[in-house]
Design a binder for this molecule. Structure first.
Ligand code: GDP
Ligand code: CA
Length: 310
Protein backbone atom coordinates (compact mmCIF):
# COMPACT_ATOMS: atom_id res chain seq x y z
CA UNK A 1 0.00 0.00 0.00
CA UNK A 2 1.24 3.48 -0.90
CA UNK A 3 0.43 6.15 1.67
CA UNK A 4 1.11 9.87 1.50
CA UNK A 5 1.00 11.79 4.76
CA UNK A 6 1.19 15.59 5.01
CA UNK A 7 2.98 16.63 8.20
CA UNK A 8 3.89 19.53 10.42
CA UNK A 9 6.00 18.93 13.51
CA UNK A 10 5.00 17.19 16.72
CA UNK A 11 1.45 16.08 15.86
CA UNK A 12 2.52 14.80 12.47
CA UNK A 13 5.67 13.07 13.70
CA UNK A 14 3.93 11.27 16.57
CA UNK A 15 1.18 10.07 14.27
CA UNK A 16 3.72 8.81 11.74
CA UNK A 17 5.35 6.68 14.39
CA UNK A 18 1.97 5.03 14.98
CA UNK A 19 1.39 4.66 11.25
CA UNK A 20 4.68 2.83 10.78
CA UNK A 21 3.69 0.44 13.55
CA UNK A 22 0.18 -0.04 12.13
CA UNK A 23 1.35 -0.53 8.53
CA UNK A 24 4.89 -1.90 8.65
CA UNK A 25 4.84 -2.94 5.00
CA UNK A 26 3.39 0.28 3.61
CA UNK A 27 5.41 2.59 1.41
CA UNK A 28 5.02 5.92 3.22
CA UNK A 29 5.88 9.31 1.70
CA UNK A 30 5.77 12.31 4.02
CA UNK A 31 5.28 15.78 2.57
CA UNK A 32 6.75 18.07 5.20
CA UNK A 33 5.82 21.65 6.01
CA UNK A 34 8.63 24.13 5.40
CA UNK A 35 6.64 27.28 6.14
CA UNK A 36 8.20 27.41 9.63
CA UNK A 37 11.75 27.45 8.25
CA UNK A 38 14.03 30.26 9.34
CA UNK A 39 17.63 31.37 8.90
CA UNK A 40 19.35 32.00 12.26
CA UNK A 41 22.99 33.03 12.63
CA UNK A 42 23.42 32.14 8.98
CA UNK A 43 22.10 28.62 9.52
CA UNK A 44 19.06 27.25 7.70
CA UNK A 45 16.69 25.69 10.24
CA UNK A 46 13.75 23.47 9.18
CA UNK A 47 11.92 22.70 12.43
CA UNK A 48 9.13 20.50 11.07
CA UNK A 49 11.34 18.37 8.78
CA UNK A 50 13.75 17.86 11.69
CA UNK A 51 10.99 16.95 14.14
CA UNK A 52 9.78 14.24 11.75
CA UNK A 53 13.33 13.02 11.06
CA UNK A 54 14.40 12.94 14.72
CA UNK A 55 11.14 11.39 15.94
CA UNK A 56 11.17 8.56 13.39
CA UNK A 57 14.94 8.17 13.61
CA UNK A 58 15.06 7.84 17.40
CA UNK A 59 16.86 11.13 18.10
CA UNK A 60 13.98 13.21 19.47
CA UNK A 61 13.66 14.68 22.95
CA UNK A 62 10.61 12.60 23.92
CA UNK A 63 9.32 14.84 26.71
CA UNK A 64 9.51 18.01 24.70
CA UNK A 65 8.46 16.52 21.36
CA UNK A 66 11.00 18.61 19.41
CA UNK A 67 14.78 18.99 19.47
CA UNK A 68 17.44 16.38 20.18
CA UNK A 69 17.57 14.01 23.13
CA UNK A 70 20.37 14.67 25.65
CA UNK A 71 20.78 18.15 24.22
CA UNK A 72 23.11 20.86 25.57
CA UNK A 73 23.05 24.59 24.82
CA UNK A 74 26.66 25.76 24.94
CA UNK A 75 26.57 27.39 21.50
CA UNK A 76 23.38 29.26 22.41
CA UNK A 77 24.94 30.51 25.67
CA UNK A 78 28.11 31.60 23.93
CA UNK A 79 26.14 33.50 21.26
CA UNK A 80 24.13 35.20 24.01
CA UNK A 81 27.38 36.17 25.74
CA UNK A 82 28.23 38.12 22.58
CA UNK A 83 24.81 39.75 22.76
CA UNK A 84 23.79 38.07 19.51
CA UNK A 85 20.09 38.17 18.64
CA UNK A 86 17.74 36.39 18.50
CA UNK A 87 18.06 34.76 21.88
CA UNK A 88 14.53 33.37 22.01
CA UNK A 89 15.13 30.38 19.72
CA UNK A 90 16.40 27.23 21.44
CA UNK A 91 19.21 26.11 19.15
CA UNK A 92 20.83 23.09 20.79
CA UNK A 93 24.40 21.98 20.20
CA UNK A 94 23.50 18.62 18.64
CA UNK A 95 20.79 20.26 16.56
CA UNK A 96 23.25 22.87 15.29
CA UNK A 97 25.22 20.14 13.53
CA UNK A 98 22.14 19.30 11.44
CA UNK A 99 21.76 22.94 10.45
CA UNK A 100 25.44 23.25 9.56
CA UNK A 101 25.22 20.24 7.25
CA UNK A 102 22.03 21.59 5.69
CA UNK A 103 23.40 25.09 5.20
CA UNK A 104 26.65 23.85 3.74
CA UNK A 105 24.86 21.60 1.26
CA UNK A 106 22.40 24.35 0.27
CA UNK A 107 25.33 26.74 -0.27
CA UNK A 108 26.96 24.13 -2.48
CA UNK A 109 23.85 24.12 -4.67
CA UNK A 110 21.92 21.08 -3.48
CA UNK A 111 18.15 21.48 -3.18
CA UNK A 112 16.36 21.21 0.16
CA UNK A 113 14.88 17.88 -0.98
CA UNK A 114 18.38 16.54 -1.71
CA UNK A 115 19.68 17.83 1.61
CA UNK A 116 16.76 16.25 3.48
CA UNK A 117 17.47 12.94 1.80
CA UNK A 118 21.13 13.22 2.81
CA UNK A 119 20.25 13.97 6.44
CA UNK A 120 17.82 11.05 6.44
CA UNK A 121 20.63 8.73 5.35
CA UNK A 122 21.85 9.05 8.92
CA UNK A 123 18.45 8.92 10.67
CA UNK A 124 16.77 6.23 8.56
CA UNK A 125 13.24 7.41 9.39
CA UNK A 126 11.67 4.50 7.50
CA UNK A 127 9.59 6.86 5.34
CA UNK A 128 10.44 8.99 2.33
CA UNK A 129 10.54 12.54 3.71
CA UNK A 130 10.15 15.30 1.08
CA UNK A 131 9.82 19.01 1.80
CA UNK A 132 6.63 20.48 0.32
CA UNK A 133 8.81 22.73 -1.85
CA UNK A 134 12.46 23.48 -2.54
CA UNK A 135 11.53 27.15 -2.84
CA UNK A 136 11.28 29.64 -0.04
CA UNK A 137 7.72 29.90 1.30
CA UNK A 138 7.98 31.29 4.81
CA UNK A 139 4.99 31.96 7.01
CA UNK A 140 4.74 35.48 8.39
CA UNK A 141 2.19 36.78 10.82
CA UNK A 142 0.58 40.19 10.46
CA UNK A 143 0.18 41.74 13.91
CA UNK A 144 -0.58 45.18 15.37
CA UNK A 145 -3.48 47.63 15.23
CA UNK A 146 -4.81 49.05 12.00
CA UNK A 147 -2.31 51.87 11.59
CA UNK A 148 0.65 50.01 13.02
CA UNK A 149 0.49 46.69 11.16
CA UNK A 150 3.69 44.75 10.71
CA UNK A 151 4.60 41.27 9.58
CA UNK A 152 6.86 39.16 11.78
CA UNK A 153 8.32 35.75 11.04
CA UNK A 154 6.11 32.88 12.21
CA UNK A 155 8.81 31.70 14.64
CA UNK A 156 8.98 35.11 16.27
CA UNK A 157 5.21 35.05 16.86
CA UNK A 158 5.09 31.39 17.92
CA UNK A 159 8.26 30.97 19.98
CA UNK A 160 9.04 34.46 21.22
CA UNK A 161 5.48 35.72 21.75
CA UNK A 162 3.94 32.30 22.43
CA UNK A 163 1.16 33.27 19.99
CA UNK A 164 -0.13 35.75 22.58
CA UNK A 165 -0.28 38.77 20.23
CA UNK A 166 -3.49 38.57 18.16
CA UNK A 167 -2.65 37.61 14.59
CA UNK A 168 -4.54 39.59 11.93
CA UNK A 169 -3.46 37.33 9.13
CA UNK A 170 -0.93 34.70 8.01
CA UNK A 171 1.05 35.40 4.87
CA UNK A 172 3.14 32.62 3.39
CA UNK A 173 5.68 34.71 1.54
CA UNK A 174 6.58 33.02 -1.71
CA UNK A 175 3.74 30.47 -1.63
CA UNK A 176 2.15 31.95 -4.75
CA UNK A 177 5.17 30.99 -6.83
CA UNK A 178 6.55 28.02 -4.85
CA UNK A 179 6.55 24.79 -6.83
CA UNK A 180 6.10 21.39 -5.20
CA UNK A 181 9.43 19.64 -4.65
CA UNK A 182 10.21 16.88 -7.18
CA UNK A 183 8.32 13.74 -6.20
CA UNK A 184 5.51 15.48 -4.30
CA UNK A 185 2.86 15.44 -7.03
CA UNK A 186 4.06 12.04 -8.27
CA UNK A 187 3.71 10.53 -4.78
CA UNK A 188 0.20 11.95 -4.44
CA UNK A 189 -0.79 10.65 -7.88
CA UNK A 190 0.45 7.14 -7.03
CA UNK A 191 -0.96 7.05 -3.49
CA UNK A 192 -3.69 4.59 -2.52
CA UNK A 193 -4.47 6.82 0.44
CA UNK A 194 -3.58 10.28 1.74
CA UNK A 195 -3.59 11.12 5.45
CA UNK A 196 -3.81 14.46 7.22
CA UNK A 197 -2.42 13.64 10.67
CA UNK A 198 -3.42 15.85 13.62
CA UNK A 199 -1.05 18.61 12.55
CA UNK A 200 -1.87 22.30 12.81
CA UNK A 201 -4.61 22.86 10.20
CA UNK A 202 -3.56 26.47 9.55
CA UNK A 203 0.23 26.77 9.73
CA UNK A 204 1.23 23.15 8.98
CA UNK A 205 -1.32 21.40 6.70
CA UNK A 206 -2.81 24.74 5.59
CA UNK A 207 0.60 25.93 4.44
CA UNK A 208 1.35 22.75 2.49
CA UNK A 209 -2.04 23.11 0.75
CA UNK A 210 -1.02 26.58 -0.47
CA UNK A 211 1.84 25.26 -2.61
CA UNK A 212 0.92 25.33 -6.31
CA UNK A 213 -0.92 22.24 -7.45
CA UNK A 214 -0.95 20.27 -4.21
CA UNK A 215 -4.61 20.86 -3.32
CA UNK A 216 -5.68 20.09 -6.89
CA UNK A 217 -3.65 16.87 -6.86
CA UNK A 218 -5.28 15.82 -3.57
CA UNK A 219 -8.89 16.53 -4.54
CA UNK A 220 -9.51 13.28 -6.45
CA UNK A 221 -7.68 11.10 -3.87
CA UNK A 222 -9.06 9.36 -0.79
CA UNK A 223 -8.01 11.71 2.00
CA UNK A 224 -8.65 10.95 5.67
CA UNK A 225 -7.81 13.33 8.48
CA UNK A 226 -7.39 13.19 12.24
CA UNK A 227 -8.71 16.14 14.23
CA UNK A 228 -6.08 18.06 16.20
CA UNK A 229 -8.92 19.54 18.26
CA UNK A 230 -10.81 17.75 21.04
CA UNK A 231 -13.83 19.56 22.46
CA UNK A 232 -12.96 23.22 22.10
CA UNK A 233 -9.19 23.00 22.56
CA UNK A 234 -6.08 21.88 20.70
CA UNK A 235 -4.63 18.75 22.26
CA UNK A 236 -1.32 20.51 22.81
CA UNK A 237 0.18 23.74 21.55
CA UNK A 238 -1.55 26.90 20.43
CA UNK A 239 -3.47 25.94 17.29
CA UNK A 240 -6.48 27.84 18.68
CA UNK A 241 -4.60 31.14 18.17
CA UNK A 242 -4.03 30.22 14.51
CA UNK A 243 -7.64 29.19 13.90
CA UNK A 244 -8.98 32.34 15.59
CA UNK A 245 -6.75 34.46 13.35
CA UNK A 246 -8.38 33.07 10.21
CA UNK A 247 -11.89 33.29 11.69
CA UNK A 248 -12.36 29.57 12.31
CA UNK A 249 -13.70 28.18 15.59
CA UNK A 250 -11.50 25.81 17.57
CA UNK A 251 -13.69 22.74 17.09
CA UNK A 252 -13.34 19.47 15.17
CA UNK A 253 -16.42 20.52 13.15
CA UNK A 254 -14.94 23.85 12.09
CA UNK A 255 -11.59 22.30 11.10
CA UNK A 256 -13.43 19.68 9.01
CA UNK A 257 -15.35 22.47 7.25
CA UNK A 258 -12.10 24.39 6.74
CA UNK A 259 -10.66 21.42 4.82
CA UNK A 260 -14.04 20.83 3.22
CA UNK A 261 -15.07 18.68 0.27
CA UNK A 262 -13.98 17.51 -2.23
CA UNK A 263 -10.62 17.66 -0.44
CA UNK A 264 -11.45 15.41 2.51
CA UNK A 265 -13.35 12.13 2.58
CA UNK A 266 -12.94 10.78 6.10
CA UNK A 267 -12.51 12.51 9.48
CA UNK A 268 -11.64 11.05 12.85
CA UNK A 269 -12.87 12.92 15.90
CA UNK A 270 -12.70 12.29 19.64
CA UNK A 271 -15.51 10.40 21.32
CA UNK A 272 -16.87 13.62 22.87
CA UNK A 273 -17.17 15.14 19.37
CA UNK A 274 -19.47 12.38 18.03
CA UNK A 275 -21.96 14.85 16.50
CA UNK A 276 -19.52 16.24 13.93
CA UNK A 277 -20.82 15.78 10.36
CA UNK A 278 -20.37 17.08 6.83
CA UNK A 279 -22.06 15.95 3.61
CA UNK A 280 -19.77 13.64 1.65
CA UNK A 281 -17.47 12.88 4.59
CA UNK A 282 -17.40 9.68 6.67
CA UNK A 283 -16.91 10.70 10.30
CA UNK A 284 -15.94 8.34 13.09
CA UNK A 285 -15.33 8.93 16.79
CA UNK A 286 -12.35 7.12 18.37
CA UNK A 287 -9.83 7.83 21.17
CA UNK A 288 -7.69 10.61 19.73
CA UNK A 289 -4.89 10.97 22.26
CA UNK A 290 -1.44 9.80 21.21
CA UNK A 291 -0.21 9.35 24.76
CA UNK A 292 1.54 5.97 24.42
CA UNK A 293 2.93 3.91 21.50
CA UNK A 294 -0.15 1.66 21.79
CA UNK A 295 -2.75 4.43 21.66
CA UNK A 296 -0.85 6.08 18.80
CA UNK A 297 -0.78 2.85 16.84
CA UNK A 298 -4.48 2.28 17.52
CA UNK A 299 -5.24 5.77 16.19
CA UNK A 300 -3.28 4.98 13.01
CA UNK A 301 -5.13 1.66 12.67
CA UNK A 302 -8.45 3.48 13.00
CA UNK A 303 -7.32 5.91 10.29
CA UNK A 304 -6.47 3.07 7.91
CA UNK A 305 -9.74 1.32 8.60
CA UNK A 306 -11.74 4.52 8.09
CA UNK A 307 -9.97 4.96 4.73
CA UNK A 308 -11.48 1.70 3.52
CA UNK A 309 -14.96 3.08 4.18
CA UNK A 310 -14.46 6.75 3.21
P1 GDP B 1 4.07 21.60 15.23
O1 GDP B 1 4.51 21.97 13.86
O2 GDP B 1 5.17 21.06 16.10
O3 GDP B 1 3.20 22.62 15.89
O4 GDP B 1 3.18 20.30 15.06
P2 GDP B 1 2.00 19.87 14.13
O5 GDP B 1 1.52 20.96 13.26
O6 GDP B 1 2.34 18.57 13.49
O7 GDP B 1 0.93 19.49 15.20
C1 GDP B 1 0.40 20.34 16.15
C2 GDP B 1 -1.01 19.85 16.47
O8 GDP B 1 -0.97 18.51 16.94
C3 GDP B 1 -1.67 20.66 17.55
O9 GDP B 1 -2.73 21.41 16.95
C4 GDP B 1 -2.24 19.62 18.51
O10 GDP B 1 -3.59 19.89 18.82
C5 GDP B 1 -2.10 18.31 17.77
N1 GDP B 1 -1.81 17.18 18.65
C6 GDP B 1 -0.73 17.03 19.45
N2 GDP B 1 -0.82 15.87 20.16
C7 GDP B 1 -1.98 15.28 19.79
C8 GDP B 1 -2.65 14.06 20.16
O11 GDP B 1 -2.20 13.29 21.00
N3 GDP B 1 -3.84 13.81 19.54
C9 GDP B 1 -4.39 14.65 18.61
N4 GDP B 1 -5.56 14.33 18.04
N5 GDP B 1 -3.80 15.80 18.24
C10 GDP B 1 -2.61 16.12 18.81
CA1 CA C 1 5.55 23.62 12.77
Amino acid sequence: MRIVCLAGGIGGARFLRGLKAAAPDADITVIGNTGDDITLFGLRVCPDLDTVMYTLGGGINEDQGWGRAAETFTVKEELAAYGMEPQWFGLGDRDVATHIVRTQMLSAGYTLAEVTQALCARWQPGVRLIPMTNDRAETHVVVGEEHARRAIHFQEWWVRERASIPAQEFAVIGADVAQPAPGVLEAIAEADLVIFPPSNPVVSIGTILQVQGIREALNPKTVVGVSPIIGRAPVRGMADACLTAIGVETTAQAVLELYGTPLINGWLVAEEDKGVALDGVTVEAVPLLMSTPDTTRALAEATLSLALRA
